[in-house]
Ligand binder design. Structure first.
Ligand code: 13P
Length: 346
């Protein structure tokens, strides 16, 4: 392992004014997104859609530091035969790859999940590196709820096995000279309030960093992708932008060592504008030991997906919508975003 090179890639991923495009939806998830715009999900439509994003020259060269790809996409070529990975590289962004293989039910823990995909991961990483991937992603999913046995979830079992798997994955990535994005996602689906999210996320982050240490993962050579401290979607009392920003920063300062070069948030079902406003408010607080940026999927893609709607004549409109969202979030990485800018769509 060459830690100096891993650190260089990690720092480029979280460079000021730039963030990560999460375009790694599994075939099942992208089908759901395409269903919503009445587009059939085929190998070709998935390629066309992603090619549209990667050819958004302004967004890609100015605001996007890296792109997380799904296995199918990393092997695909653009319409003219250029590998999609090459399009990303030519724009100046870094190709990355989602390497987890989804979730399975966790035995003895009703309603809880464990992320799988460690088997043969070392060989897969080698092939992805040869294809151009310089970072990877593994997502653990932690749900908050009442549970079925009166004890409530998450259980310590779910937190612990998922943290263990995240650290196993991260160590294998670094051995393969690939920067791991460590993503322990606490879902915002429930009716819990922001303080419950804060408590659970703090436990999850503490356990995750404990496992990373035990398994000798070099913190300078990774990027953390957490959820924000935020109210559950169904909570009647929604925390304000300032409360989300203040509590998220406090939580991260308590849990994330300064050796980690950067934190790139997931959007997790927040509206496009909320995701931008929250990131912006955190960066306005300032004086942080790590860079704070975005690694959004839905909050970057909802607008371009709709503008495109599967029609070749809408490619330019889709690219404009993507560029706008990328630019808004890029401004938020510097605390320079303002709601008024949303109206001046590029
Ligand atoms: P969202 O921003 O849509 O949550 O997706 C980010 C991601 O990569 C989830 O794993």
């Amino acid at each position: 392992m060459n830690l100096a090179d891993l650190n260089k890639v990690a720092r480029a991923m979280v460079a000021p004014g730039k963030g990560i495009l999460a375009a790694d939806e599994s075939s099942g998830t992208i089908k759901k997104r395409f269903d919503a715009i009445q587009v059939e999900s085929t190998e070709e439509t998935r390629r066309d859609y992603r090619e549209m994003l990667f050819r958004s020259t302004e967004a890609m060269s100015k605001h996007v530091s890296g792109v997380i790809l799904y296995d199918e996409t990393i092997w695909q070529n653009a319409k003219d035969g250029t590998p999609l990975v090459k399009l990303i590289e030519q724009s100046g962004a870094i190709p990355g790859i989602k390497v987890d293989e989804g979730t399975q039910a966790l035995p003895q823990c009703p309603g809880e999940l464990v992320t799988v995909g460690l088997d043969r991961l070392a060989e897969r990483l080698k092939k992805y590196y040869e294809r151009g991937a310089r970072f990877a992603k593994w997502r653990a999913v932690i749900d908050i709820g009442a549970g079925t046995d009166g004890r409530g979830i998450p259980s310590m079992t779910a937190i612990s096995v998922n943290a263990h798997a995240l650290a196993r994955y991260a160590a294998l990535c670094q051995a393969a000279q690939i920067v791991p994005i460590v993503e322990p996602e606490v879902l915002m689906d429930g009716d819990h309030d922001i303080d419950r999210c804060y408590d659970v996320t703090q436990r999850v982050l503490n356990k995750t960093f404990q496992e990373l240490r035990v398994q000798r993962v070099e913190l300078e050579g990774m990027v953390l992708k957490p959820n924000m401290a935020i109210s559950g979607k169904k909570c009647p009392k929604q925390a304000s932008v300032d409360e989300v920003a203040e509590k998220t920063v406090r939580m991260l300062k308590a849990c994330v060592p300064a050796a980690v070069p950067g934190i790139a948030f997931l959007s997790g079902g927040q509206s496009d504008e909320d995701a931008t406003a929250h990131l912006n408010a955190m960066n306005r607080i300032g004086n942080l030991p790590w860079r704070l940026t975005f690694s959004y999927g839905r909050a970057l893609q909802a607008a371009p997906l709709k503008a495109w709607s599967g029609r070749p004549e809408n490619i330019a409109a889709g690219q404009r919508a993507f560029t706008h969202r990328a630019r808004m979030n890029a401004l938020a990485t510097k605390g320079e975003w303002e709601a008024g800018l949303e109206k001046k769509v590029a």
